[in-house]
Design a protein around this ligand. Structure first.
Ligand code: BES
Ligand code: ZN
Ligand code: ZN
Length: 504
């Protein structure tokens, strides 16, 4: 697919996409469209007020600059997320159609809003449009790729004013890089536990590192034993697949003389979570193939930073295993060791994410000494009950870091909501027999006690944040019949790192 920037709407052919919001700009935009399409303004605005995801498609007679114009409603307060969604939804509907070119109109006045600048507006629209071609039928015998964009010779045009050339180029580069990485990440999160095994993900990471330019080393079971990652090994005891532990590094020097701060990223990579002997109910159990959403976000962020050559220094750790049932599985009440040399009473084998993250956090902190430490994990059902599907829970001991992450969440459309970490919750993880236990046994504040558990393994790191993404990594959408991957965290981490790169 070729993407081309144009400055005039003449003779481009194909389908024109126009994002529109309600309000006084709508009238101005409609008049402009009337002028170049020759359609009367009343006809254009018929049953279209710019409401979110409202769509009006106008077909033009032969000889006009476009064969059709699609007006796409962005709603009253467009955000990165809502624009991306509206365009993705419309793009998805184009599957099976045969437009040989699509032009995204970045010229209308309703593009720029008080909470969204031009670059993010254009980027989110293009990102959404490109994601609309995603095809979840990974293991179907016959390929279903039938989006106009999948066809040879398809042309994508971006219509913008000459004065907006620089932000447009930046928006296009980011949207293309982001959407292609997000689609690759959707694939590994949507892949089931018998396909996306720890070894499969390790190989995926090695290949991505080679292709895009970041370092990956994959520790196999022997190396994991040698390193003493006992908590990861304990969770892996019931598995038919050996565990892997990935270490990722990417660094590009910024032009400033200041020391580049190193950011450490840890992702929960449970390739399937049965709950272990504290087994989960069977309803919706198949969705636990997505329990590596944190690992996927970290992999996606590394790939995107390397692809776009962002001047940052990042290191990452990804513990990979599934959590299964076997005669050799850890049992509730078992006491296990950990990389940090703390003993853990496993009161619930379904609280396995915090066990493998404990080793990931302690290992990365000790051996790579990041200035900021961030982990992402589909960690608790409790955060889903608290925040639902619209925001991830943010836990942090550093207010500045928390605020920076919240802001990155706002601009990237991947929202975070801060949760408390008071020491009052610490007693929830005190054990009678070991240094600590992995589950309080209480039905309350589960996401907070999980965060307090992780905190122990950060060894007092002054700038740590934990993102519980259980409600946002995987979800319902119009793009699949069942829940599917959301790619949550990639754009958030990238925008956070863009801010860090500006401070370096
Ligand atoms: N992987 C789950 C958390 C989860 C729940 C992710 C829903 C996505 C959607 C995690 O390992 C888990 O099972 N957590 C338990 C912990 C409990 C036993 C302390 C939970 O939250 O129920
Ligand atoms: Zn679990
Ligand atoms: Zn889990």
């Amino acid at each position: 697919m070729r993407t081309e920037i144009i400055h005039k709407e003449l003779n481009t052919g194909g389908l024109l996409l126009v994002g529109m919001s309600p309000g006084k700009n709508l009238k101005v935009d409609i008049e402009q469209i009337a002028t170049f399409s020759g359609l009367p303004p009343e006809h254009i605005s018929e049953e279209f007020a710019g409401g979110l995801k409202q769509v009006r498609v106008l077909y033009l007679p032969k000889g006009k600059s476009y064969s059709a114009i699609a007006l796409i409603g962005l709603g009253k307060n467009p955000s990165y997320g809502s624009i991306c969604d509206a365009f993705r939804s419309f793009s998805h509907r184009l599957k099976g159609r045969n437009f040989s070119s699509v032009c995204l109109d970045g010229m209308r006045s309703s593009w720029t809003h008080k909470n969204l600048n031009f670059k993010f507006g254009l980027e989110s629209a293009l990102n959404g449009f490109l994601l609309g071609a995603y095809e979840p039928g990974l293991y179907k015998s016959e390929s279903l790729h039938n989006h106009p964009m999948d066809k040879d010779g398809f042309q994508m045009k971006i219509l913008v004013a000459k004065s907006k050339l620089a932000p447009s180029k930046a928006a296009i580069a980011k949207a293309e890089a982001l959407s292609s990485t997000q689609k690759r990440i959707f694939d590994i999160v949507n892949a089931p536990g018998n396909k996306a095994t720890p070894e499969y993900i390790a190989n995926w990471a090695l290949k991505s590192g080679e292709e895009f330019g970041f370092q990956v080393s994959a520790m196999d079971k022997q190396a994991i034993e040698k390193a003493g990652l006992h908590a990861l090994l304990a969770v892996n005891r019931g598995s038919e697949f050996p565990p892997y532990f990935l270490i990722l590094e990417y660094a590009k020097k910024s032009s400033s003389k200041k020391r580049t701060r190193k950011i450490g990223l840890v992702g929960k990579g449970v390739t399937f979570d049965t709950g272990g002997l504290s087994i989960k109910p069977s309803q919706n159990l198949h969705y636990m193939k997505s329990d590596m959403g944190g690992a996927a976000a970290v992999l996606g962020a590394f790939e995107l930073c390397a692809k776009l050559q962002l001047p940052v220094s990042i290191c990452g750790a990804i513990p990979l295993t599934d959590n299964c049932v076997d005669a050799t599985s850890i049992k509730p009440g078992d006491v296990i060791g950990s990389y940090a040399r703390r003993t853990i009473e496993v009161t619930d084998t379904d609280a396995e994410g915090r066990l493998i993250l404990a080793d990931g956090l302690a290992f990365l902190n000790k051996n790579y000494k990041p200035d900021i430490l961030i982990d992402l994990a589909t960690l608790t059902g409790s955060i889903v009950r608290t925040l639902g599907y619209n925001a991830a829970g943010l836990f942090s001991n550093d207010d500045d870091l928390a605020n920076q992450l919240i802001e990155a969440g706002r601009v990237s459309g991947e929202r975070l909501w801060r949760m408390p970490m008071w020491d009052d919750y610490k007693s929830d993880i005190e054990s009678d027999v070991a240094d600590l236990k992995n589950f309080s046994g209480k039905m309350v504040a589960g996401a907070i006690s999980a965060a307090k558990f992780l905190e122990v393994f950060t060894s007092g790191h002054p700038s740590w944040a934990h993102l519980d993404i259980a409600g946002v990594a995987f979800g319902d959408s119009e793009f699949s019949k069942m829940k599917s991957a959301k790619g949550f965290g990639i754009n958030l981490l990238y925008e956070f790192l863009v801010q860090i790169s500006k401070e370096n």
